[in-house]
Design a protein around this ligand. Structure first.
Ligand SMILES: [Zn+2]
Length: 454
């Protein structure tokens, strides 16, 4: 996350305290008796007039696997698809003939013969469609338009008091998305869809509603309605840490790692977990609220109503408050003079300032407790630290690894690699776009006829 965002987020007053943990629970229960299936909502929304007719993809059970294989290989012949999948040549030809008119594939030449006729090479068309990913943080909105290979072709970013101004945030989201589409230079009809990352747990039964315990001003506000209306494409919504984890899994350090965790440490603290190669959302989509693990039961009150949650110890506001409290003991520290912001604290730590390093060491110790618990519970092979604090790199990782080592006894658990995000500030937005891409690969009928939008 860029420095500017952190400063902006820091200046936003914290939400009013909500003492009753039951409110969180009540929110999590919402929609149990009804609510809309996000899949249904997305499908319905994609049928407005003007949208290209959905591709005539017959629901062959083998189609998703074949499409994914072509995407993975980038170029492959029908014969090789048959060899790799075990499908008959005629089934493969049939599936390819269904896929070719969509514009997702093109025949790009002939390959090397292994005895018979030279095979025609099929190539996945990365730029056939665009995907929009929106990262709505507590104090910023970013929009990334990617192609079908996760390459960002347009990017917009603004600071905005998202927590206190939902109407403005929804309008800004729409504006930044439209700007990205203009930069891209194609019609919105060529969008596969829009993914939106939100700084809140997302109840799978009501994905458009944010947790009103975390974001009380958003009560009754739909995150995705304006985007659906403006662009006429499916909109999917998920938690920001989940989507950053997904981005790392598809495009970053998590590639090839089936069990990984992403921990976002910024204004708030959250985590996303990849288990068996997929995001683990839990029964209701609320998994990964690592920020509300109780680290110190006698600690400060948290927004969720509990005490001593990880967020109250390593969230941006907590770190600034800790530096302020310690500053009299460090009169020569630059942090003891002037405005103390999370950005200034991070800069001072990177410059080796003793006060800042003490705050970071303490934060690493608290984060280490949470990560040690996580390793014992889920045994991920990789833990990726993201969010603003990740810019500290080894300054954070070294004390963090020591703290984790002290608290994990089993060597195999301790062997998890702990790193900082490779995708940086764009991880969440790219992950939001990837959510839509992943859904389309799971259900290829979601791919519109790309050629029709050209
Ligand atoms: Zn909490």
């Amino acid at each position: 996350m860029p420095l500017l965002c952190l400063i902006a987020e820091q200046s936003i007053p914290p939400p009013p305290p909500v003492p009753a943990y039951t409110r969180w629970r009540a929110w999590g229960q919402a929609g149990r008796d009804g609510g809309l299936d996000p899949t249904t909502m997305a499908r319905t929304s994609s049928t407005r007039a003007g949208r290209p007719t959905p591709a005539p993809l017959t629901p062959s059970p083998s189609l998703p696997g074949v499409l994914r294989l072509i995407w993975q290989e980038r170029q492959i012949s029908r014969a090789d698809i048959a060899r790799r999948t075990g499908l008959s040549r005629s089934t493969v030809s049939e599936i390819v003939s269904v896929l070719l008119p969509t514009g997702l594939l093109a025949e790009v030449g002939v390959g090397v013969s292994s005895g018979g006729r030279r095979p025609i090479v099929l190539q996945f068309q990365d730029d056939a469609l665009g995907v929009l990913g929106i990262d709505m943080g507590a104090g910023h909105i970013s929009a990334a338009l990617t192609n079908l290979r996760g390459v960002v072709v347009a990017w917009e970013h603004r600071s905005h008091p998202v927590r206190s101004d939902p109407a403005g945030a929804v309008a800004l989201m729409t504006e930044l998305a439209a700007r990205c589409v203009r930069q891209w230079g194609h019609k919105a009809e060529r969008l596969l869809g829009i993914g939106v990352a939100v700084p809140s747990p997302v109840d799978l039964a009501r994905p458009d509603e944010l947790c009103d315990v975390i974001l009380p001003a958003w009560r009754g506000v739909s995150v995705g309605a304006a985007l659906r209306k403006r662009f006429g494409v499916p909109v999917l919504i998920d938690n920001d840490a989940n989507l950053a984890a997904l981005a790392e899994r598809w495009w970053g350090l998590g590639q090839g790692v089936d069990d990984a965790a992403y921990i976002k440490v910024a204004t708030g603290v959250g985590s996303g977990h990849i288990i068996g190669g997929r995001i683990h959302r839990g029964a209701r989509g609320l998994a990964g609220e690592i920020g509300h693990l109780a680290i110190d039961p006698r600690g400060a009150a948290c927004v969720c109503g509990l005490r001593g949650c990880l967020t109250t110890l390593v969230g941006a506001q907590a770190l600034v408050a800790r530096a302020q409290a310690l500053s009299p003991a460090y009169p020569t520290s630059p942090l003891s003079r002037g405005d103390l912001t999370i950005g200034a604290l991070e800069d001072a730590a990177l410059a080796g300032d003793a006060l800042a390093l003490r705050v970071v060491d303490e934060a690493a110790d608290h984060l280490g407790i949470a990560i040690a618990n996580l390793l014992n519970l889920l045994n991920p092979a990789l833990v990726i630290i993201g969010g603003g604090l990740a810019r500290l790199g080894e300054t954070l990782l070294a004390p963090l690894r020591r703290a984790v080592d002290r608290r994990t006894l089993i060597t195999s658990v301790r062997s998890a690699t702990i790193v900082t995000s490779s995708l940086g500030a764009r991880a969440v937005a790219i992950g939001a776009a990837t959510l839509m891409l992943e859904r389309a690969f799971d259900e290829p009928t979601r791919f519109p006829t790309a050629a029709a939008g050209r």
